[in-house]
Design a protein around this ligand. Structure first.
Ligand code: ATP
Length: 234
């Protein structure tokens, strides 16, 4: 049997009395890209946050390479090779581009990523390297957020809203860079509002509707009607 990657097993999540996730199960194999889709408020961010230790989860509810990691603190999860590109970038505003990148590498995991490798992937960042991250365009800020996550040399990259708020040209560029971002056997969960792009960029998909998995399968096989029903419940 091949080595398991990520397994999410009947995960629930709550904010106080409000239940955001119900009984969510899915897996991500090594090297696989899984698109996580669903309408606003479906629970996508909560699911990613639970996986990377930013939202409470029972120990056995999240397994990584055969080890139960649910509820571990976020810094411990990063050390295990799981990093998040958060919705809204969340760069450190008082730090420069390069300082943001270097912070991502602080964890000390070995691998192919370095500041130079990030600049090779996103050359536009070179001339901005000493600029405050807040002075960048939205697309460049997303590049820094991706670069910062890559600097930890992850084996599983969680990308929350890859293209949200970016112009069509920038989105095209980011997607062109995707094979260079998710490379070398890395796996990824890709949250993306643009369902067509999400499906075209992934091997499998999971659709959430009001906190539940409404549909999952191979991205290349699914019909528009099935997606529409799973997405909106219509
Ligand atoms: P979006 O695309 O809008 O980011 P999402 O699919 O990522 O949506 P979540 O952000 O995970 O969804 O939110 C799932 C549900 O949990 C929503 O109903 C949301 O209002 C609720 N929620 C999220 N964060 C909190 C919070 N901090 N406190 C209370 N409820 C929250």
């Amino acid at each position: 049997m091949s080595e398991p990657g990520l397994v999410v097993d009947r995960l629930d999540a709550r904010y106080g009395d409000f239940q955001a996730l119900y009984d969510v199960s899915f897996s991500v194999a090594p090297g696989e890209i899984v698109a996580l889709i669903g309408a606003n408020g479906a629970g996508k961010s909560t699911l990613l946050r639970a996986i990377c230790g930013l939202h409470p989860a029972g120990r056995d509810k999240i397994q990584w390479r055969g080890t139960a990691i649910g509820g571990r603190p976020a810094n411990a999860v990063v050390k295990l090779g799981i990093t998040l590109v958060p919705e809204g970038r969340r760069l450190f505003p008082s730090l420069s581009v390069e300082e943001n990148l270097l912070l991502g590498g602080n964890i000390g995991r070995k691998g192919p990523w370095s500041v130079k490798a990030v600049y090779d992937l996103f050359p536009a960042l070179i001339e901005k390297r000493h600029a405050p991250s807040t002075s960048l365009s939205g697309g460049q800020q997303q590049q820094v957020a991706i670069g910062r996550a890559l600097m930890a040399n992850p084996d599983l990259l969680l990308i929350d809203e890859l293209s949200l708020g970016l112009s069509p040209i920038v989105i095209k560029d980011i997607y062109k860079a995707l094979p260079g971002i998710i490379s070398g056997g890395m796996s990824a969960i890709l949250v993306e509002q643009d369902v067509n792009r999400a499906l075209a960029s992934s091997r499998r998909f999971v659709c959430l509707q009001e906190g539940r998995v409404s549909l999952a399968g191979l991205s290349g096989d699914v019909s528009r009607d099935a997606i529409s029903h799973a997405y909106f419940g219509t």
